[in-house]
Design a protein around this ligand. Structure first.
Ligand SMILES: NC(=O)c1ccc[n+]([C@@H]2O[C@H](COP(=O)([O-])OP(=O)(O)OC[C@H]3O[C@@H](n4cnc5c(N)ncnc54)[C@H](O)[C@@H]3O)[C@@H](O)[C@H]2O)c1
Length: 469
């Protein structure tokens, strides 16, 4: 007899206290539910214990501190806690292997741990992103090692996490939750759980597989849409057109249930999700003999943006009569997006590497990233002071515009003459660009209309080489 639907005040274990797990656990505890965070990494647990939060997410550290102070949130490595709660949420990492298939060690480990402590009546919810069929094909059999039967003895559901870093704490409490259960009772149980705890809209689907596909569809769309924006930026650059004007205007017509919504171009796509989830789609389909081309195309376009960005800097410096191999470049913002300290799969690494390959001296500055992690990843230390980072620089590359950078006084920076401001993700407005020019800076942004025009192609007629071919 399953009884989770009767819990008025469910206690929760969050297994995998990483970026996602900590945001969810802190939110639930902040809303008054008893939550235990369980993680296999003792260092992470010890950090949280002594009040340090390694994830730079607005509001997270404060929410964790509040929830710890009220006793609603505990954090431990002790997996026996999993048997003491009503609901177990699994939020472990789900990276992919080189061929795009799921590296399932964390997920398997988590399910085995849950199975050791599983009790009748519990609800197990997988939130990590997985290829379709994983909750049924991987998680369920491992959970049933407990001797209990999914559907008969315990409920099982997949409800993907769809938050975005930088706005995670808000999104956890507002985004609709998609839910697919092993059986109707599981779907009902998980729907009640999320409605009761977060009070958000829950969208029940027919199966766990449908919910698994929804998450992949979201990230497939986002990555592909950004790829469109990036190629649109390259296209705009050919005509001296500002891509931001084009996107703003193009997005004014209605289509389907909403409006055309082209996202923004940038130095590239990073983070732990968009860089892998489209490959999960591609790989899962390929194993069944279906070639999904848009997922791979989006990835290829976005993965090429760091090189494009570096080349933009190199070409502009050369155009200014500055030898790129002797140039000094200050990179401001290393994280994969604005206002996060997350360095996972950051596109800024590709820019720095490409610039250093030309011989340029590159300095890196980012107040949000972990200095040790940054040094390990980039191979040299951060320059902590902004003035030291930009001193005599020929180029300031703003690759993540954190709040700390919004008020930089460019007039006071000790840069070299005709310093290039390379806009990788700042989206400076036109009056700001004009102000920079007035101060003697040269501005270049991805698709911002000031890049050199390409060689003429002869108005759509084939070139001589094409005709000869
Ligand atoms: N980071 C995001 O913005 C984001 C957004 C939406 C969805 N997701 C998805 O959510 C999942 C988690 O992502 P994340 O960024 O939080 O990952 P993460 O790497 O930050 O956290 C995973 C945590 O799980 C722990 N862990 C691994 N195996 C374990 C085990 N067997 N038992 C206990 N703990 C274990 C790790 O120590 C780590 O702390 C992934 O599937 C990811 O794709 C992430």
């Amino acid at each position: 007899m399953r009884a989770v639907s009767d819990y008025n005040d469910p206690s929760v274990a969050v297994l995998g206290f990483g970026y996602v797990g900590s945001c969810i656990a802190a939110t639930l505890a902040d809303r008054g539910f008893d939550v235990v965070g369980v993680d296999a990494n003792p260092e992470l647990v010890e950090e949280f214990e002594r009040g340090h939060c390694r994830f730079q997410e607005a509001g997270l550290a404060e929410a964790v501190a509040r929830a710890k102070a009220t006793g609603k949130l505990r954090i431990t490595t002790d997996t026996s806690e999993l048997g003491a709660v009503d609901v177990v949420l699994i939020t472990v990492g789900t990276p992919v292997l080189d061929d795009g298939s799921l590296a399932d060690a964390q997920l398997r480990g988590a399910c085995v741990e849950v199975s050791k402590h599983l009790r009748k009546g519990q609800l197990v919810v997988l939130k990590s992103t997985v290829p379709p069929g994983t909750t049924r094909g991987v998680a369920l059999p491992l959970l049933e090692r407990s001797g209990l039967t999914g559907g008969a003895d315990f409920s099982l559901a997949f409800t993907p996490e769809r938050l975005a870093e930088g706005t995670a704490m808000k999104e956890v409490q507002t985004l609709p939750i998609v839910a697919g259960g092993l059986d109707d009772e599981s779907t009902q149980a998980v729907t009640r759980f999320w409605s009761r705890t977060l009070g958000v809209e829950v969208i029940p689907l027919d199966s766990m597989e449908a919910a698994e596909v929804v998450k992949l569809a979201n990230n497939w769309w986002i990555d592909l849409n950004i790829a469109l924006a990036n190629e649109l930026a390259k296209f705009c650059a050919l005509y001296g057109v500002d891509v931001l004007d084009v996107v703003r205007a193009a997005n004014t017509i209605s289509k389907g249930n909403g409006k055309v919504n082209i996202l923004l171009p940038s130095v590239g796509v990073g983070g732990s999700c968009l860089t892998k989830d489209p490959w999960m789609v591609w790989s899962a389909a390929r194993r069944q003999g279906v070639d999904i081309r848009t997922a791979a195309a989006g990835r290829d376009v976005n993965a090429a943006m760091p090189e494009y960005t570096a080349q933009l800097a190199i070409n502009t410096l050369a155009g200014l009569g500055k030898d790129p191999s002797r140039a000094t470049v200050a990179v401001l913002g290393l994280a994969f997006k604005n206002n996060t300290g997350d360095l996972r799969a950051t596109p800024t690494l590709g820019v720095v590497e490409a610039l250093r390959e030309t011989g340029a001296e590159v300095r890196i500055h980012d107040p949000l990233v972990d200095p040790g992690l940054a040094e390990a990843m980039f191979g040299f230390p951060l320059t902590e002071d902004l003035d030291d980072a930009v001193r005599d620089a020929d180029c300031i590359a703003v690759l993540a515009l954190h709040r700390d950078f919004e008020d930089i006084d460019f007039a006071a920076l000790p840069v070299s003459e005709s310093c290039l401001v390379l806009d990788g993700r700042a989206y400076y407005a036109k009056d700001k660009i004009q102000a920079l020019k007035d101060l003697g800076y040269v501005y270049r942004g991805i698709g911002r209309g000031t890049e050199p025009a390409p060689p003429a192609l002869g108005h759509g007629t084939p070139g001589q080489e094409e005709m000869a071919a």
